[in-house]
Design a protein around this ligand. Structure first.
Ligand code: PMV
Length: 327
């Protein structure tokens, strides 16, 4: 039988209203909805080749063959594609990121979005955007937000059918920039998969979930009306609430480093001087500093001067996941 292959690209995303904790862990049905922006220029490119001569799936990341948990997660997603398509062949998956490894930029979102799309294209499955988003969600929750374009909302839903992401505004709708301040390149102590499972143990998670619809509404409106002040206050509140849950879970985790606080204070100082800027922090020490493109050079130059800052990678709102080749 002829080998069938396809290549897809997807960008990581930064959450403005964050996903933390699952309602149905096996399906990554989140406890709350979330809103994010795709990160232009940063991408994972993945090629999936189904080959009936293979006995097992093979995963190559960069140039290195992968085994264990990484390979199992890929196989689980491919199993789903095999089930839908009736094609039982194993596959070779080649995946590479154009952003440096270990920068704390969550790569599981772009990885599972690109894998889902490449696998479906290679298997000849023509899924709708919401079906693709649901499939990517099974690999990593936040990956469902890397399928649609620009500014994206993941509606939590209550089951596999109702939990997927859709675009709320195209990439060129608002000239935001994410200046990702790299403070550490080491791997995080507790991965997000484990972190989600600890969330319920925090006394603050219930209130975080209960108030999420209101934060989502404020954030959605701030994006649609391009209201930076409103946007900044809800984004920082949401990030602080997630970290309050993380710090008060059992076991407790503190992702922040001393320089994380230095960057937060610099953001607050810049805002006091009239620069529209805010921060949000994922499950790691690095800080995503969000500003308008007009202020980018000033913001980056102020941040660059801070002791402990290793690098700053900046990114504009990005497009959807795309299939770039099929044979
Ligand atoms: O999709 P996961 O399991 O990597 O979880 C993502 C968790 C955060 O990045 C901290 C928040 C988010 O909504 O992206």
């Amino acid at each position: 039988m002829k080998k069938r292959s396809a290549t897809a690209v997807a960008s990581p995303n930064i959450a403005f209203i964050k996903y933390w904790g699952n309602h149905i862990p096996e399906l990554n049905i989140p406890s709350n909805g979330s809103i994010s922006m795709n990160l232009k220029g940063l991408k994972t490119e993945t090629t999936v080749e189904f080959d009936n001569q293979l006995e097992d799936d093979v995963l190559i990341f960069g140039n290195k063959p992968q085994e264990g948990e990484a390979l199992q997660r890929v196989t689980r997603l491919l199993d789903r594609v095999r089930e839908f398509s009736g094609n039982s062949c194993c596959a070779v998956v080649h995946s590479r990121n154009n952003f440096p490894a270990g920068t704390g930029i969550a790569s599981s979102a772009s990885a599972f979005a690109a894998l889902s799309l490449a696998a479906c294209c290679a298997a000849g499955l023509n899924l709708s955007e919401s079906e693709l988003s649901r499939l990517a969600r099974l690999g990593s929750g936040s990956a469902c937000r890397s399928i649609p374009e620009g500014f994206v909302e993941w509606q939590a839903g209550t089951d596999d059918l109702s939990s997927y992401a859709k675009s709320i505004a195209p990439a060129d709708y608002w000239g935001l920039v994410d200046c990702i301040v790299i403070l550490s390149k080491s791997h995080k102590s507790i991965g997000s998969k484990e972190g989600h499972s600890f969330a319920e143990s925090s006394p603050f998670q219930a209130v975080r979930i209960q108030q999420a619809p209101e934060r989502l509404k404020i954030c959605r409106k701030a994006i649609i009306t391009r209201d930076f002040d409103q946007f900044a206050s809800i984004v920082e509140l949401d990030s602080n609430m997630m970290h309050a849950v993380i710090m008060t879970s059992n076991p407790s985790t503190i992702y922040w480093h001393p320089t994380t606080i230095t960057v937060i204070n610099e953001v607050i100082n810049m805002r006091r001087t009239g620069i529209p800027v805010c921060y949000t922090i994922d499950a790691g020490p690095n800080v995503h500093v969000i500003c308008l493109k007009e202020s980018k050079s000033q913001v980056c130059s102020n941040l660059n001067d801070l002791p402990g800052v290793i690098d700053i990678i900046s990114s504009y709102p990005g497009g959807p996941a795309q299939c770039t080749e099929r044979s």
